[in-house]
Structures are given as structure tokens and as C-alpha cells.
Design a protein around this ligand. Structure first.
Ligand code: 5GP
Ligand code: ZN
Length: 110
């Protein structure tokens, strides 16, 4: 997908701090971290949001990649978030799963 910043990160067209990668996914550090650990997990293939995901393999890969990333980072307690749509806080329209950790996280979020 042209002009998608996360496609460019997945394709290594622009640099990012990649912490985990497998066949279907890439995980990299968020540019504007909201916690000591803030990593984004994305599918290499472009889907604008969870609403577009039609492939169980990709859906499962995202969640398992989150677990693998957490293990690689040595964290056992973390929050995973997928914002879907503007009202829910989605700003980048290439689906991404946030991993947040390293500080107490309040619930429910604001
Ligand atoms: P959203 O609000 O869409 O759920 O989350 C988008 C996230 O992407 C934000 O946390 C933002 O800081 C991060 N982000 C936006 N542009 C870039 C970028 O170019 N590189 C990285 N590493 N993170 C980005
Ligand atoms: Zn994309």
C-alpha cells in the first residue's frame, strides 16, 4: 500500500527499531512511547484496521507475535490494545497491536 508508513516499516523502506519479526509480522518500538515498553505489532500485509481482517492465520499471527515479543523482551505483565476507528483512537490505518508495559496501567482507559 503506497504512502502507508507501517507498510514502509514492514518493507524496511524506512528505519525502525524492530524487536521481533516472523513470516507474517513485525514488531517495532513506538515512536512516541506511552510506557517504558511500548511496541507495535503489525502484519506485513496491509489491512487498514481489524474491520478488514478476514484471514484467521493473520489474526492468530498477530496475537502470537505479541506473546513472542513479550517473551523476547522478558516481560510477563503487559497490556495489548488494538484501536479500531478514529473514535477509538486509531491514527494509523494499518492495523497494529500495541504492547504496553513497565508501569502500572489503569483500567478502564480514558
Ligand atoms: P493508534 O493511535 O493508531 O492506535 O497508534 C498509532 C501509534 O503509532 C502511536 O502510538 C504513534 O506514536 C505510532 N507511530 C506513528 N507513526 C510512527 C512511526 O513512523 N514510527 C513508529 N515507530 N511509530 C509511529
Ligand atoms: Zn500499510
Amino acid at each position: 500500500m503506497e504512502n502507508c508508513i507501517f507498510c514502509k516499516i514492514a518493507n524496511k523502506e524506512i528505519p525502525s527499531n524492530i524487536v521481533y519479526e516472523d513470516e507474517n509480522t513485525v514488531a517495532f518500538k513506538d515512536l512516541n512511547p506511552q510506557a517504558p515498553v511500548h511496541v507495535l505489532v503489525i502484519p506485513k500485509k496491509h489491512y487498514s484496521s481489524l474491520n478488514e481482517i478476514d484471514d484467521k492465520n493473520i489474526a492468530g499471527s498477530l496475537l502470537l507475535a505479541a506473546k513472542q515479543t513479550a517473551q523476547k523482551l522478558g516481560i510477563t505483565d503487559y497490556r495489548t490494545v488494538i484501536n479500531t476507528g478514529k473514535e477509538a483512537g486509531q491514527e494509523v490505518f494499518h492495523i497494529h497491536l500495541h504492547i504496553l508495559a513497565g508501569r502500572p496501567l489503569k483500567w478502564p482507559p480514558g
